[in-house]
Write a protein that binds this ligand. Structure first.
Ligand SMILES: *Cc1c(COP(=O)(O)O)cnc(C)c1O
Length: 355
């Protein structure tokens, strides 16, 4: 497959930022990957080209009806200087599930994996070196047909861009304050909540802007029907430790199937912890807090890996968790996943792919 990807190297390599100056998603590497889809032809012309703007007709479908999907994964430079992707096969599989929901033709999984691997190999020098830094990879598919009728488009582009990113926690994991959202909903059963598409993010902006204005880091989403069951926290999956049970909401409706969520569940079960995928109501969380059983709460996602929640606020009622500190399972998960990503510890089979 790799041989079918044409590689055109840039003649103007950019200056790479120093690791200490890296933020998130502001600087992009020298190259990007592109492939086209046209009706009758399928996906074609896979290529690595110099990073640069796309030229698109203003009538392009994705601008109007949001027919587009994306994913997000990372490459890490290990302590042994090897560059590893973390569970890229799961990300490719999820990207195709997102594509299916948005009526976008699926990619050949092998080509998708190759597109990422060959782009990372081309820009290998862009993978930063300091522990905690990484290369964020953003595969995206957009409908490109210039047509204002509402239906699935007949042409698409798949592109992959990459951004070297700084450590999410330069000074160690930091617990965040979260407000339980009562007014807005992120997703409803039968909607798009289970897939990674920009529309979900557009729907979430107002709630998170208001919460930030009130001094919170993010919102905790409740289900859209009863406003009762916990869905996700910001753009992360959520896990709640009540007594000795760790609970996370089940997939299959409004929950995005996070790769970090799956990794955390797998590790916790290997460690012999009781990790349940079941519905969890906000009332159960409040009762657990009253009973002194609300031990730990954390979010999971590629950007932060694990994000401890220090305090939950529901209807003005504040519930500090673990004294606002980081709990033992939260810390162990973070340390274990990071160790696998940087090649310090072997993960379960197939979790990392050296490029
Ligand atoms: C991407 C995403 C996550 C986390 O998924 P990971 O694969 O762990 O990065 C969780 N929730 C939402 C809404 C997301 O978009």
């Amino acid at each position: 497959m790799t041989s079918t990807i044409k590689i055109q190297r840039t003649e103007h390599p950019k200056q790479r930022p120093l690791d200490k100056d890296l933020g998130f998603g502001t600087v992009f590497t020298d190259h990007m990957f592109i492939a086209n889809y046209d009706e009758g032809q399928g996906w074609h012309s896979p290529r690595v080209v110099p990073y640069g703007p796309l030229e698109l007709d203003p009538a392009t479908a994705v601008f109007h009806y949001a027919q587009g999907i994306f994913d997000g994964l990372k490459a890490f430079r290990g302590v042994d200087d090897k560059v590893r992707l973390f569970r890229p096969d799961r990300h490719v599989q999820r990207m195709n599930e997102s594509a299916a929901r948005l009526c976008i033709p699926p990619l050949d999984p092998e080509l998708a994996l190759d597109s990422i691997a060959s782009l990372v190999a081309t820009d290998r020098d862009w993978v930063p070196r300091t522990i905690g830094t990484s290369l964020y990879i953003r595969p995206t598919i957009i409908a490109t047909e210039p047509f204002l009728g509402v239906r699935a488009a007949k042409s698409y582009i798949y592109f992959v861009i990459m951004s070297p990113v700084g450590a999410y926690y330069p000074k160690g994991m930091a617990p965040v304050d979260i407000r339980v959202e009562e007014q807005f909903v992120r997703a409803a059963i039968g909607g798009l909540g289970g897939v990674k598409t920009g529309a979900n993010y557009a729907a979430s902006l107002m709630a998170s802007e208001l919460a930030k204005h009130e001094g919170f880091t993010q919102v905790l989403w409740l289900d859209g029907v009863h406003r009762k069951y916990i869905d996700e926290v910001g753009t992360m999956n959520i896990m709640v430790k009540i007594g000795d049970e760790i609970v996370t909401p089940p997939l299959g409706g409004t929950i995005l199937p996070g790769v970090t969520r799956d990794s955390a569940l797998t590790l916790m079960r290997r460690w012999g912890l009781r990790a349940s995928e079941r519905q969890l109501s906000i009332d159960e969380v409040i009762d657990a807090h009253r009973a002194g059983e609300l031990a730990e709460v954390w979010g999971t996602g590629t950007a932060a890996v694990i994000s401890p929640v220090g305090e939950l606020t529901y209807k003005g009622h504040r519930m500090p968790i673990n004294g606002g500190g980081i709990g033992p399972v939260t810390q162990r998960l973070y340390d274990s996943i990071v160790a696998i990503q940087y090649g310090k510890a072997p993960g379960p089979d197939g979790w990392t792919l050296a490029v």
